[in-house]
Write a protein that binds this ligand. Structure first.
Ligand SMILES: *Cc1c(COP(=O)(O)O)cnc(C)c1O
Length: 492
């Protein structure tokens, strides 16, 4: 066994606080000024640019041993980090589906870090504020006040938490306590979703010990919504085979095309069959606050659990997801542990709510503040109108695409995701795919626009996900003209 040195030398007391508070004040003000300029001028920069070799090299330096002035460290950030972002805050970023942050959220993240509170819980203001944000999200979803919820890292974690509760409750109904006995003691549970489900559900099924095969992927109709008749049939087959149908995962906004499953229809099936209804609303749940489009997610409030993503359509800086569970007791029962080092008291710091009992994390960040401050500043209706704005822009892009001889709209958009491709006669599917991938990469490398690609019912296409509150119609016009121009160059 290693033993400590016999004599430890006495050291001066140290701390991480700066030696000169006025110096850090000046530097911090410079960072804020640079940050505000960065946002003000975002439109004038390329959406994305690749990093030169010297910048890549900078991130290979070893563990710092010697101290250096913070001003020098910040210079390095300004030179090597800030100019090379992912680009998702840029008005012409439409790749994948994500929010674009906001200045208030950024300031809130700073203040949250300054306070440094741990949202594992306890009796302090951040705990109350965290609960308040969850209450607001319940209100937005039309969920009852007695429901529970938790702010988590994102949609993947929100889905995982919701589906853990679903698994435990459904196995519990057959007399098996999964927390104590594990999945081996339970009858084989089956979960159901469409073939358009987000990839996180596969990881969840594996993590839950159910295995990927227990997730039944049901076919979708022309508009990419789950086929409810096929779902009923599959549930019946599984039951006849001695399996235990447990949970329907409805998509409120699929990642490919923004398709919204028939939520009232699925709620009816879940009720008839005695299944848990979980809604993956990472894209679409927040439509519930959009005046022109809330009707699209009617039925959301019938769910047993909902996963939603404030870092998408509420544009909270990463990370911020949220899970809501109708049965608050079932939620807590799935995660509560009686830790001797975290006992509650009637007074003092341990008398507050223990939020870590609602999920997997123990220490939790103060992610509620960035949502809370932006909602108070703008009011919830503004966020709803911004969602309507992006959906209207997607409609406009679809019209522009349809009007172009060399572009094809692959599916009529139902939300703010537009799937389209460059095409010309005489090119087979492989050539078309190669041309479209090249268009996507050139748009990115030029710094003009970021779109992604996907395959919808077998057709490869480009995909513009317009969640962005900075996008204007002229940005879409540029996307269309550059796509056709690059396509022409490639095809000739
Ligand atoms: C984004 C998304 C997720 C995953 O959410 P993260 O916040 O990226 O973890 C899950 N489902 C759908 C439909 C999504 O769009």
């Amino acid at each position: 066994m290693p033993s400590p040195p016999t004599e430890t030398p006495r050291r001066e007391m140290e701390s991480l606080d700066p030696a000169d508070w006025e110096e850090i004040r000046r530097l911090a003000h410079r960072m804020i000024d640079d940050g505000i300029d960065h946002l003000r001028d975002v439109r004038s920069r390329p959406v994305w640019q690749d990093m030169p070799p010297a910048v890549r090299e900078a991130f290979r330096s070893g563990l710092p041993q010697e101290p250096q002035p913070l001003a020098q460290v910040y210079d390095e950030v300004a030179a090597s980090v800030m100019p090379y972002p992912m680009g998702n805050i840029h008005p012409r970023f439409w790749a994948w589906y994500m929010g674009c942050s906001n200045i208030t959220g950024a300031l809130a993240d700073f203040l949250a870090a300054v306070q440094g509170s741990n949202l594992g819980g306890g009796n302090h203001a951040a705990t109350l504020l965290d609960n308040q944000v969850v209450d607001w999200l319940k209100t937005m979803m039309g969920f009852p006040a007695e429901a529970s919820g938790s702010l988590v890292s994102g949609g993947s974690m929100a889905n995982l938490i919701g589906l853990v509760v679903a698994r435990n409750v459904m196995a519990g109904a057959t007399g098996v306590d999964v927390r104590e006995e594990g999945m081996a003691a339970a009858r084989p549970l089956c979960f159901y979703g469409s073939d358009q489900l987000h990839g996180c559900h596969r990881k969840t099924m594996e993590t839950l010990g159910l295995g990927n095969n227990a997730l039944r992927r049901i076919g979708t109709d022309q508009r990419l919504r789950i086929d409810c008749d096929a779902l009923r049939a599959r549930i019946a087959t599984d039951r006849a085979d001695g399996r235990h149908p447990a949970c329907i995962i409805a998509s409120a906004g699929t990642v490919n095309t923004g398709a919204i499953d028939d939520l009232p229809g699925l709620a009816a099936i879940a009720r008839d069959e005695g299944l848990w209804l979980h809604v993956d609303g990472c894209i679409g749940a927040l439509l519930a606050i959009a005046p022109d489009n809330a009707w699209r997610v009617a039925g959301l409030e019938l769910a047993d659990s909902i996963a939603l993503d404030p870092h998408k359509l509420l544009h909270a800086p990463f990370e911020a997801g949220c899970v809501l569970v109708r049965d608050a007791a079932a939620h807590r029962k799935s995660f509560a542990v009686d830790s001797e080092y975290l006992q509650s008291t009637r007074r003092g710091l341990p008398s507050g709510d223990w939020l870590y009992e609602l999920g997997l994390q123990t220490s939790r960040g103060f992610r509620a503040l960035k949502i809370w401050m932006a909602l108070k500043e703008h009011g919830v209706d503004k966020f709803g109108r911004l969602i309507d704005q992006t959906i209207a822009l997607a409609g406009e892009l679809a019209r522009r695409v349809a009007a172009e001889e060399t572009l094809e709209l692959v599916v009529e958009p139902q939300l703010n995701i537009v799937c389209f491709r460059y095409r010309r006669p005489g090119l087979d599917a492989d050539r078309l795919k190669a041309v479209n991938v090249e268009i996507m990469l050139r748009l990115q490398e030029q710094g003009t626009a970021a779109v992604s690609d996907t395959t919808v019912h077998g057709t490869h296409c480009l995909r513009a996900a317009i969640a962005n509150y900075r996008t204007r119609p002229e940005d879409l016009a540029l996307l269309v003209s550059e796509t056709t121009r690059i396509g022409r160059t490639l095809a000739s």
